[in-house]
Design a protein around this ligand. Structure first.
Ligand code: GSH
Length: 223
């Protein structure tokens, strides 16, 4: 039994971006069924949730065989790697190609995501803050630099390596954070890369399953 912890409601700007989507997508690519544990923002600090996710975030991944205690993982990148390793999908069999795919997973989370996330927050969440207006030009410069470098490497390729891997899954997940900006669309190779990945049936199923509870659950009562 596999269980993924996700939020039962998030505001519209976060819908389709919450990081459980990466895990759902990997599970769909691997053909592994799962159930969800949906939590509210108010549950982030509970001892039960902190025991599974020390930072109070989502996603959490639980795997349980029979009555055994579940094995629990947090960090979307680590979870996607685990799913890829256990399922034999999303990582090439050839050892060198496999290591290169893992290298792209780190590149997505370590070299791209910090700049992408910072810029997206500055132009979205914090856009009216004075400090954000001052910070914006450098944040944009850094995000664009990384995007240009990625676009140059991707070139005409379909995927970062010879086949779709967990590296592409995470890289596209990171690029999607910029969906409210034109930074990806301004780079046709990246825009086409994201569109190719989003067209995968596994992504479409994962996205639909993340979005469904948001329509069914009310926002938390204002405190
Ligand atoms: N590095 C973590 C980041 C997880 C993360 O940022 N989760 C967000 C949702 S996308 C969250 O739970 N935010 C609520 C909070 O930080 O309190 C991962 O990739 O799993």
């Amino acid at each position: 039994m596999i269980r993924v912890t996700a939020f039962r409601w998030v505001p519209p700007f976060a819908r389709g971006l919450v990081r459980d989507l990466r895990v759902r997508w990997a599970l769909e690519e691997a053909g592994l069924p799962y159930e969800t544990r949906l939590i509210g923002f108010e549950d982030r600090g509970t001892p039960e949730h902190r025991a599974r996710q020390p930072f109070g975030q989502v996603p959490v991944y639980e795997e349980q065989a029979g009555n055994e205690p579940p094995s629990v993982l947090f960090e979307s990148g680590a979870i996607v790697l685990h799913i890829a390793e256990c399922s034999g999908t999303l990582l090439p069999r050839d050892p060198a190609a496999r290591t290169r795919a893992i290298q792209w997973m780190f590149a997505a989370l370590n070299s791209m995501e910090p700049h992408v996330q910072t810029f997206a927050l500055i132009v979205g969440f914090w856009k009216d803050e004075e400090w954000a207006k001052l910070r914006r030009p450098f944040a944009q410069q850094m995000a664009e630099k990384r995007l240009d470098e990625l676009a140059a490497r991707l070139g005409e390729r379909e995927w970062l390596e010879n086949e779709f891997t967990a590296g592409d899954l995470l890289m596209v997940s990171v690029l999607r954070i910029l969906r409210e900006t034109d930074l990806v669309d301004l780079r046709p190779a990246l825009a086409a890369y994201v569109a190719r990945a989003e067209a995968r049936p596994a992504f479409q199923r994962a996205l639909a399953d993340q979005l469904a509870p948001f329509a069914e659950n009310p926002p938390p009562a204002a405190s």
